[in-house]
Ligand binder design. Structure first.
Ligand SMILES: CC(C)(COP(=O)(O)OP(=O)(O)OC[C@H]1O[C@@H](n2cnc3c(N)ncnc32)[C@H](O)[C@@H]1OP(=O)(O)O)[C@@H](O)C(=O)NCCC(=O)NCCS
Length: 265
């Protein structure tokens, strides 16, 4: 076992004991859920992912903590051809797709009825404002979406990507849980790079949480380059604080939108 995994397992055991000594049924359920999350994280994101899960959990009462890599894809070189492991049809979504897009855009497949209309409005606004949502379909069912923004995009709470005319921002990728691991995100990523190149864009930007190994694999395979790292801390109910760790992180966490951009809030 690698030291980082051992350290994470010890920390998790201590955390579990802490929860367990409260010795109620609720505490036992919490412990079981924590172990399940630990094992999933270990399988998908490795020991470093587990360690980060524990650190993020420790500060959860105060707010959310993200360690993020800022990625850029120079569109001078075309993406390598890549195919998902099942046949999918990839195309930009239209307003007719909004209903199906709601759970995928919300990253919540059991999205509650009272939240649906707010998410649907957000999707419609995005499409009307010129954002493009690439979807992958299996038959008639939409199983994946990734959003592309031009001009600007909100990234963290009270922070924005402010994009030059030759750049686009990609984000919000979501594959339905029962279709993951089939390279659908990877084929969609390649389709988006081709779409942007064909329209004369010179680079694409994105950010990825460091413990999202699946996303990183896709971006590395599609030859995105990491150009910087940052820590983002969002205290409950407040705007996000951003600390640059390394490299270049602009323009994905700017404090304000320039006057010609409309502030969404
Ligand atoms: C991240 C996410 C979009 C990836 O979608 P996907 O269609 O499963 O991605 P791919 O199949 O193209 O995955 C890329 C790599 O990760 C692996 N992978 C992805 N999901 C996996 C899973 N559930 N189990 C095992 N491996 C998985 C794939 O095997 C692939 O590696 P490979 O090419 O060496 O086989 C999806 O997991 C998801 O929706 N996650 C929740 C939202 C999220 O984190 N979005 C990303 C924000 S940047």
């Amino acid at each position: 076992m690698r030291p980082i995994v051992a350290l994470a397992a010890v920390a998790l055991s201590v955390a579990s004991v802490g929860v367990f000594v409260r010795s109620s049924a609720v505490a036992r359920t919490e412990t079981t859920a924590l172990w399940a999350e630990f094992l999933t994280k270990l399988r998908r994101h490795g020991g470093a992912g587990v360690l980060w899960l524990l650190i993020a959990r420790c500060v959860r009462a105060a707010g959310s903590l993200q360690l993020v890599g800022v990625y850029e894809r120079d569109l001078a070189t075309p993406p390598a051809p890549v195919r998902a492991r099942i046949p999918v049809t990839i195309a930009p979504a239209t307003l007719a797709d909004v209903d199906q897009l709601v759970p995928l855009t919300a990253w919540q497949e059991d999205v509650r009825d009272h939240e649906r209309s707010a998410v649907a409005r957000h999707i419609e606004d995005g499409l009307r404002r010129g954002r493009v949502c690439f979807v992958a379909r299996v038959g008639a069912r939409i199983v994946h979406c990734t959003w592309i923004a031009f001009g600007w995009q909100d990234t963290f709470k009270g922070r924005f990507a402010v994009l030059p005319d030759d750049a686009a921002y990609c984000g919000g990728s979501y594959t339905a849980a029962d279709y993951r691991g089939l390279a659908i995100n990877t084929e969609v990523n390649a389709a988006i790079l081709r779409f942007l190149r064909d329209r004369g864009y010179r680079r694409a930007l994105a950010y990825i949480d460091f413990d999202n190994r699946s996303s990183r694999k896709t971006y590395e395979q599609m030859r995105w380059q990491k150009r910087g790292d940052l820590i983002a801390f969002t205290p409950r109910g407040c705007k996000t604080y951003v600390l640059r760790i390394r490299g270049r992180i602009e323009p994905v966490a700017e404090r304000a939108l320039p006057p010609h951009c409309h502030d969404p809030r």
